[in-house]
Design a protein around this ligand. Structure first.
Ligand code: LMR
Length: 336
């Protein structure tokens, strides 16, 4: 069934729900935070057999919450049942990172999971299914998913960097003591990892005197070019250290933001960051899933073109592209 912004059409959404992100995400979707307040949904939740009973408990809770938009819940450990007919697939399942681990350490386990899921998705999901990969290494998992589901359009397979984008907006808002909704157009370039480049060169802040560039308001270039960048790059690790668990509510919330803007469109004059299949824009090698600034309209994203890139940015954009190229060859070597 088509995803429509304001119709009674049914939308099936799949999300692994037993895990922390899934548990946070399911009620957000059911409340309309992902597809809007007029879109009814059917949730398909997939998890592994050892947690089938717990997954069923989540289904019971979703039923108990009596969400007006929730027209059905499928809780299953069978990929075919999970993927059949879905319009949107949010891939949160995977082997999780633990404190002190780098994303590439979970790669061998996760690439084989994503290869298997690619085939199931291709065979059973709606042919125009939109896919968002959240589980790490998110860009490379998405790339493997893309490579092993050749009949799904490449444009439909994306990964989450909206979490990093939102973190960057919030860091700036905190620093300037303004509301986060007054800050816009940060860019996350590259990998959802510690090499990502949060670029503030186009950020604007809405003030009572109109829109200002962030560099006019934050006089401390050292902060913008140093601590700001590392704070955003390391934020996932800082959350793991504090919670002894990966981020979950912020990941779920930004996954909703990602899909909502993709399906319903970005607001005028505003872009967001999404990990998408590179077409070579900004000199980023084609054939990587790389985070770019995008605008969305009528369910399609397009990369914002023509932004000026200085030498500082160029070096950081290349470094994160190099890491993605390394991850890609590493992933291929595990799959051989
Ligand atoms: C995050 O950015 O919070 C997560 O990607 C951390 C992780 O690797 O689980």
């Amino acid at each position: 069934v088509e995803v429509r912004a304001s119709s009674g059409g049914l939308t099936k959404v799949r999300a692994s729900s037993e895990g922390q992100i899934g548990y946070a995400l399911a009620p957000m979707i059911a409340r309309g935070l992902m597809l809007g307040p007029d879109q009814v949904v059917i949730l398909h939740m997939l998890d592994i057999p050892p947690v089938a009973e717990a997954l069923n408990g989540v289904k019971m809770e979703l039923v108990d919450a009596a969400f007006p938009l929730l027209k059905g819940v499928v809780a299953t450990t069978d990929v075919v049942e999970a993927f059949t007919g879905v319009n949107i697939a949010v891939m949160v399942g995977g082997f999780p990172l633990q404190e002190g681990m780098e994303r590439k350490e979970v790669m061998p386990k996760n690439v084989s999971i994503y290869k298997a899921q690619a085939s199931a998705l291709e065979k059973h999901a709606d042919p125009n299914c939109k896919v968002l990969v959240v589980a790490n290494p998110a860009n490379t998992n998405a790339l493997i998913l893309k490579e092993f589901s050749p009949s799904i359009p490449a444009k439909n397979i994306t990964c989450l960097t909206r979490l990093d984008h939102n973190r960057a907006l919030s860091q700036i808002a905190e620093r300037l003591n303004v509301h986060v909704s007054d800050v816009k157009n940060v860019i996350i370039w590259g990998n959802h990892s510690s090499t990502q480049y949060p670029d503030v060169n186009h950020v604007t802040i809405m003030t009572k005197d109109g829109e200002k560039k962030v560099r006019e308001l934050v006089s401390d270039d050292q902060w913008l070019n140093g601590e700001f960048i590392t704070t955003v790059q390391q934020r996932g690790a800082a959350i793991i250290k504090a919670r002894k668990l990966s981020s979950a509510l912020s990941a779920a919330s930004s996954a909703c933001d990602h899909i909502r803007d993709w399906v319903l469109g970005t607001s005028k004059g505003t872009w967001v960051s999404m990990g998408v299949y590179s077409d070579g824009s900004y000199g980023v090698p084609a054939g990587l899933i790389y985070s770019f600034p995008v605008t969305c309209e009528k369910g399609e994203w397009s990369i914002v073109q023509g932004l000026k890139i200085d030498d500082f940015s160029r070096a950081k954009m290349d470094a994160t592209a190099n890491e993605l190229a390394e991850e890609k060859s590493m992933a291929h070597s595990f799959l051989e």
